[in-house]
Ligand binder design. Structure first.
Ligand SMILES: Cc1cc2nc3c(=O)[nH]c(=O)nc-3n(C[C@H](O)[C@H](O)[C@H](O)COP(=O)(O)OP(=O)(O)OC[C@H]3O[C@@H](n4cnc5c(N)ncnc54)[C@H](O)[C@@H]3O)c2cc1C
Length: 416
């Protein structure tokens, strides 16, 4: 896929962008600014920004969620791209759902907590989340992602359907993500990281922590056993929508016992694998005198407290951060930015932009993203802490497994 990274020319100065208010013009401009970025246009059911996030939050059905969330047609919130980009905070979503549904929405509060859990693990472990967190409990394949998967041509209507959802809209239901990840890692023996990187690139909610750690949970490099499924499970929760007319030889049509025998070898388990992380290109930084508010991609809300500051505020489409994002995600982010009137939008290396603006001090929201820390390494930086879900202090031992995290956080979340 052509990406932002491949169109960046490091000798060119950073460029200030002008996003149009009109939606059609805005998407056209994103295509013009980033002509080589591949992927589908943002589909009409997705619009970035806080207004849309609040609309979705208001229509959440906390009563039905628990009973139906595992079904592809279930009452899920579709809030993930908005939470991921900070259009609304997780705390806001929690409080709104808790106030309206109380304990009836326990399952939804529990699922929100998964996002917080992965985020906290990222704070703790940094880039280590991009490598095996633990040795796998069964032998894993380390193959590249095959072309038939990238092109939705596996010949399995269910998997091709899930891949097309990803490529066309950037949104995939949680259960479909689990089925697809298990298919790629356990049936096709693809290296989890190769699959996860490709997946991340196309998701509207792509998040290094939720994505990498979910893939690792499926693969069992961060969990006690591998996740897999059978045809009965997929047929039930997809209301047979794929199975009914499927003529393929179904690789999932068996009991869990037989599939487990076929798929897993627990006698020949590999040591944990560490993946190399490419260092950022060197950019000379100059110390200026100006204070700049850097709006990064987890804080795209006009209600963000840092936007009240009088200092110059900027957002940078930076290949080091957004270099692998597909077109629909850049358009989603452009929607978010158009609501943030005061924020200048740039394209280039963040350090280059800060140099051009004479930055000495940078103020931004705290983030677990190590790339942002490296980009800002040469500046004096004030990180505004994220609003925590509760006052509870978590230790590294609480973060070893979600069950431990929930044991400590659950009671405070459910009975504030
Ligand atoms: C292989 C794989 C990759 C994933 N990659 C991402 C990703 O890059 N970004 C991402 O936000 N989520 C990811 N998830 C988690 C989950 O699938 C999505 O958050 C969820 O499907 C989003 O849809 P929704 O908003 O309708 O979720 P709902 O079911 O309505 O849940 C409400 C919110 O809770 C949070 N949430 C729910 N389940 C999870 C979960 N298991 N892990 C983390 N947060 C959760 C999300 O913020 C979600 O918006 C991944 C899961 C798997 C199995």
């Amino acid at each position: 896929m052509q990406t932002l990274l491949s169109v960046m020319n490091s000798n060119k100065p950073a460029e200030k962008l002008n996003l149009a208010c009109d939606l059609t013009d805005r998407y056209q401009r994103i295509r013009e600014y980033f002509p080589k970025v591949a992927g589908a246009e943002l589909s009409t059911e997705w619009r970035g920004g806080r207004v849309e996030a609040m609309r979705r939050l208001a229509t959440v059905n906390g009563d039905n969620y628990g009973k139906t969330r595992n079904f592809l047609e279930g009452d899920v919130t579709r809030l993930s791209p908005y939470l991921r980009h900070g259009c609304i905070t997780l705390k806001e979503a929690f409080e709104s759902v808790r106030a309206r549904f109380g304990k009836r929405a326990e399952k939804l509060l529990f699922e929100f907590a998964w996002r917080d859990y992965w985020h906290q693990v990222w704070y703790l472990k940094g880039d280590a989340i991009l490598s095996d967190m633990e040795p796998a409990k069964v032998a894993l394949g380390r193959g590249a992602l095959p072309e038939d998967i990238k092109n939705a041509q596996t010949g399995l209507p269910c998997m091709d359907g899930f891949i097309n959802d990803l490529l066309d809209t950037g949104y995939v239901h949680n259960h479909a993500r689990m089925w697809f990840a298990a298919y790629a890692v356990h049936w096709r023996k693809v290296d989890w990281r190769a699959a996860a990187d490709w997946y991340y690139a196309h998701l509207l909610d792509g998040d290094k922590a939720s994505n990498s750690l979910s893939w690792q949970w499926v693969a069992c490099t961060f969990g006690s056993k591998p996740y897999f499924f059978n045809k009965e499970n997929l047929a039930k929760y997809s209301n047979e929508s794929y199975c009914k007319s499927c003529t393929a030889k179904c690789p999932f049509d068996n009991t869990y016992e037989v599939l487990s025998e076929e798929l897993f070898d627990s006698t020949n388990t590999p040591p944990a694998k560490t993946y190399k992380i490419a260092p950022l290109a060197k950019v000379e930084t100059m110390q200026g005198v100006n204070t700049i508010v850097l709006v990064h991609d987890e804080m795209l809300s006009p209600a963000h407290p840092l936007l009240r500051r009088m200092d110059k505020k900027i957002f940078v489409f930076d290949p080091a951060l957004h270099g692998d994002w597909a077109l629909h995600r850049l358009q989603f982010v452009a929607d978010c930015l158009i609501e943030m009137e005061d924020v200048e939008v740039w394209f280039g290396d963040t350090r280059q932009v800060l140099n051009q603006l004479g930055a000495g001090q940078v103020i931004t929201q705290a983030t677990p993203n190590p790339t942002i820390h490296v980009l800002l390494g040469a500046y004096k930086v004030d990180y505004l802490a994220e609003e925590p879900l509760t006052d509870i202090k978590l230790t590294s031992s609480d973060l070893r497994r979600f069950s431990k995290y929930w044991q400590k956080m659950g009671p405070a979340i459910l009975n504030p």
